[in-house]
Design a protein around this ligand. Structure first.
Ligand SMILES: Nc1ncnc2c1ncn2[C@@H]1O[C@H](COP(=O)(O)OP(=O)(O)O)[C@@H](O)[C@H]1O
Ligand SMILES: [Mg+2]
Length: 282
């Protein structure tokens, strides 16, 4: 059974695409079969890798036909496939949103499509647009678990609590109901602090977030122990079309490397992988 992670958040620029790529790549280097899916019309994930021979179809067929046939492209990295977003227009006239609006049953087509791929992958990681909306809701309903990068400052952490967590809670159809219309409980959300700086302010925000969700007591959100530092390597790796842990220029000695950070993230999310070393040597 593939484990389906959706990387979500109602704000742009928090690190959803970077986290999707880097987590998918570390899993792949741990010899896990991984599928990335780009659901953001900005297509940042689709453009991350240089893909010379894309598949004939992509996200549109997956979502509107509930059929992954012909949708899967090769990234060129072992164990790592991708479904490209071929709906660049999104809410400006692309085909996917009208389809989701046409019937309330259409929102679970993505869920159905991914079930047919279950035997072929260990992990499916879905990148999303930084906003609320029907596509993001369809993704959340298809996911087993969520990952939400949060930048440790006042505005971003407030947006996470009210925007992202608010969106999640709104997906329970009625007060008192425990399952979504996909017939599953709400997927739990792993908040991962991203772009951590070395300031008192950032540490205070992290502490506040941990307290907030420990006290909520409903298990919907956990703030991961793994923290992704604010480091140039994450941006430079994107420019080189490489996962960050493959691309490690000189780094400040006070910060863990991208490889250490991503290995820790993979182990924390999937304790059964603890001890599995990634094959990639920097
Ligand atoms: N930990 C990090 N340190 C430094 N820069 C980062 C980090 N994570 C992401 N970035 C950079 O921040 C920008 C936004 O990240 P991205 O993953 O595209 O966010 P999103 O997909 O949420 O909009 C990109 O330029 C990316 O390279
Ligand atoms: Mg993005």
């Amino acid at each position: 059974m593939a484990k389906i992670y959706a990387v979500i958040g109602t704000k742009g620029g928090t690190g959803k695409t970077s986290t999707s790529v880097n987590l998918a790549s570390i899993f792949a280097d741990m010899n896990q079969k991984v599928l990335l899916i780009d659901t953001d019309p900005a297509q940042n994930l689709s453009k991350y890798f240089n893909i010379p021979f894309p598949a004939e179809a992509g996200l549109t067929r997956l979502v509107t036909k509930a059929d992954p046939t012909g949708c899967i492209s090769q990234t060129g990295f072992p164990n790592l496939d991708i479904i490209l977003n071929d709906d660049a227009k999104g809410d400006k006239g692309g085909p996917i949103l009208p389809f989701l609006r046409e019937s309330s049953s259409h929102i679970i087509y993505l869920n159905l499509a991914l079930q047919t791929l279950n035997g072929e992958y260990d992990y499916i990681i879905i990148d999303t647009q930084g906003a609320g909306g029907l596509v993001q809701e369809a993704v959340i309903l298809a996911a087993d678990e969520l990952i939400s990068p949060v930048i440790p400052n006042y505005l971003d952490s407030t947006e996470f609590i009210t925007g992202t967590v608010g969106l999640l809670r709104s997906l329970l159809p009625a007060p008192g109901m425990k399952t979504t219309i996909a017939g599953k409980p709400l997927p739990p959300c792993n908040a991962v602090i991203n772009k951590m700086g070395r300031t008192r302010d950032a540490r205070d925000v992290v502490e506040h977030l941990r307290k907030e969700f420990d006290q909520a007591g409903d298990g919907l959100v956990r703030v991961l122990n793994t923290i992704i530092p604010d480091l140039a390597v994450y941006n430079k790796a994107a420019g080189a079309s490489e996962p960050a842990h493959h691309f490690e220029p000189a780094r400040p000695s006070y910060s863990p490397s991208a490889k250490e950070t991503m290995v820790n993230l993979a182990y924390e999310l999937q304790p059964k992988l603890i001890g599995t070393a990634p094959l990639w040597e920097v």
